[in-house]
Design a protein around this ligand. Sequence first.
Ligand SMILES: [Zn+2]
Length: 76
Amino acid sequence: MQCPIPGCTDSTRPGQLLCRLHWSAVPTELKGRVWSTWRAFTKAVGHRAALVARQPYLDARQAAIDHVAAAQGPLL
Ligand SMILES: [Zn+2]
C-alpha cells in the first residue's frame, strides 16, 4: 500500500499505517493510541462489537495521519 501522507511516494509494509519515515514522525503518545485501539478492534467479538471498536481506531489513525501531514507543511 502507498503511504497515505499526501505527496509521499513511499510504500507501507503489511500491517503498517505509514511508511517508515512518516511513522517515525508520529509522536509516541499517538503511536500508543493507534496500537491500543487497533488491539481493541482485533479483540472485539462479534460484528456489532467490531463496528463499535472500529471507530476509535479510525480516529487514532486519522489523527496520526493529520499530525504528520500538518508537520510536513504545505505541499510544493
Ligand atoms: Zn510516507
